[in-house]
Design a protein around this ligand. Structure first.
Ligand code: CA
Length: 224
């Protein structure tokens, strides 16, 4: 979940922005004045700050400059009042990534936030299960800290099981995940891959027996 800091004193606008962001799956911390917003920013890490300019406590410009001093790379969108063209230029000059003029359309706000968040590199995802750590993007797997070298189909098998703990997959489902639509591979390839995977994991974590055979159904990774 992406954490967003919203600094906006108009409760109606703040409600709308928070609602739209939460609808997109983000978590929103709200501040109704500049000083409180600045305090929250210093305490937490945010993927994005949405900042109004006309704020009590501390003006938006000051908040923006403070944020830039502390975190030069912070993604930030300014909310500007209608017709404040010079302010927009100043905002972009001071290092806001984007601005949205009020009144804004809901779709525009969402689209601009999505665009900006796409440019901000996300923290790499790590799946952790007992002694196993798996990074879906880089293809790295470690067991008790030692690297496990897996061929791609075994990696995809493990990734599938780890991303859906407790869920039973049939051999057909796993096979498709491992090899795509290749037709000349039989279900037995899944059994063999599971066997090899268990052995490789147990070499570094002898007590680990999380990959379960579910009789008549398939395989699952047991929840801890
Ligand atoms: Ca305001």
């Amino acid at each position: 979940m992406t954490r967003i800091l919203l600094i906006e004193d108009d409760p109606h606008i703040a409600d709308v922005v928070a609602f739209l962001m939460e609808e997109d799956g983000h978590r929103v911390d709200r501040a109704t004045d500049g000083r409180l917003g600045w305090e929250l920013f210093q305490k937490n890490r945010y993927a994005l700050v949405i900042l109004d300019l006309g704020l009590p406590g501390m003006h938006g410009w000051e908040v923006l400059e403070n944020i830039r001093d502390l975190q030069p790379g912070q993604a930030l969108i300014l909310l500007t009042a209608q017709g404040e063209e010079p302010d927009r230029v100043k905002g972009l000059t001071l290092g806001a990534d984007d601005y949205i003029a009020k009144p804004f359309s809901n779709a525009e706000l969402k689209a601009r936030v999505r665009n900006l968040l796409r440019r901000v590199p996300p923290r790499p995802e790590v799946r952790v299960h007992g002694p196993i750590r798996l990074r879906p993007e880089s293809g790295e797997v470690t067991v008790n800290g030692g690297e496990l070298l897996l061929p791609p189909h075994e990696f995809r098998l493990l990734d599938r099981l780890m991303s859906h703990l407790g869920q039973v997959f049939t051999r057909e489902q796993l096979l498709e995940r491992m090899y795509g639509e290749e037709v000349d591979i039989t279900d037995r390839a899944v059994d063999q891959a599971v066997k090899r995977l268990r052995k490789k994991i147990q070499k570094r974590a002898p007590e680990f027996d999380g990959i379960e055979t579910v009789y008549g159904q398939g395989y699952r990774l047991r929840s801890l």
